[in-house]
Design a protein around this ligand. Sequence first.
Ligand code: NAD
Ligand code: TDX
Length: 337
Amino acid sequence: MKNVLVTGGAGFIGSNFINHILNESDDYNIINLDKLTYAGNLENLKLSEDKKNYHFVKGDICNYELVDYLFQKFQIKFVINFAAESHVDRSILGSKVFYETNVIGTNVLLEVSRKHQVKKFLQVSTDEVYGSLGAEGLFTEKTPLSPNSPYSSSKAAADMMVQAFYHTYGMPVVTTRCSNNYGPFQFPEKLIPLMIINSLNNKKLPVYGDGMNVRDWIYVIDHNKAIDLVFEKGKEGEVYNIGASNEMPNIEIIKLILQHLNKGKELIEFVKDRPGHDKRYAIDSSKIQNELGWKPHFSFEQAIEHTIDWYLENKQWWSRIISGDYLKYYELQYNKR
Ligand code: NAD
Ligand code: TDX
């Protein structure tokens, strides 16, 4: 049995990861440490909450004493760090909390992990640390870090810190850098759930710039299977890119969502561009494919349909979210632009 501290496990990817891994195997005792920010939601974990090998702790990864106490109490030897402030637009509105959680929080986790001699520390990172691509080329693990937003710069700082702990202290770390995820439980500030929910509510769909920025989309379960594999078999000190080779301009995804929901294109509204908007992300995932034998299982057509259906069937989940503090964010982000 592995005692694994999973941070940020009440968010989109972390909750899907916990539900997935506890369903697949009895080998893990999961301790989920989550601050329950606006993005954390315990409803995402209904499938797991009653399991004997699942424990939830509400708390901040920046709190050294708490993290140290949890390592002692649960004899933690493994860490998977999902916890982060994760939304680029929010980082543009205000960056402080991004550096607190994503940089200082990661530092606390690394220091406590060093003290307790963890056997593996997996840092969940993003392709955004590489910056922006032109029309050609792919991000490889050797692409220099060149982050452009407060969000991506905070993730890049954390990535470099993780590497520094490997080189300096020999800490057994691994880092994953994944492309844009979609799937159930994604907070409706991100492109795909925002466009699905606005379409269902016959609200305008705010497209930044000309809608031709390109993202490389992966279904969240494919990402989580890759994390599981890197956690088990990834080589210490290494970085693994994760992506499903599915590049699409934003406007195409929006049109596809409208089509699935039988809604008209008049809902589309081109709005002022995001400042510093990265043009294109695209991942070369040949390293994880060749060295660890991972490959994506879900086609975009199949998984986006499943995702849209999930939002159709789970109106209760998102209705609660979009009627709370979200309204204030929406006003700042979209109505006051
Ligand atoms: P999310 O915003 O949905 O969830 C983040 C979770 O972290 C929430 O449950 C939140 O409550 C928790 N959290 C925030 N600050 C905390 C703190 N100080 N202490 C403890 N918990 C805290 O994010 P997500 O989309 O699930 O992303 C998870 C990770 O994956 C992040 O590290 C992100 O950078 C990375 N990532 C995301 C994507 C994507 O497309 N969403 C792609 C690649 C990598
Ligand atoms: O209202 C919108 N209109 C719009 O045109 C929103 C929310 C987004 N967009 C565009 C901006 C991007 O080109 O859609 C694209 C995707 O935007 P986001 O969903 O905000 O994702 P992105 O900025 O690409 O960052 C994401 O991918 C990598 C996640 O938020 C990160 O957590 C992850 O690291």
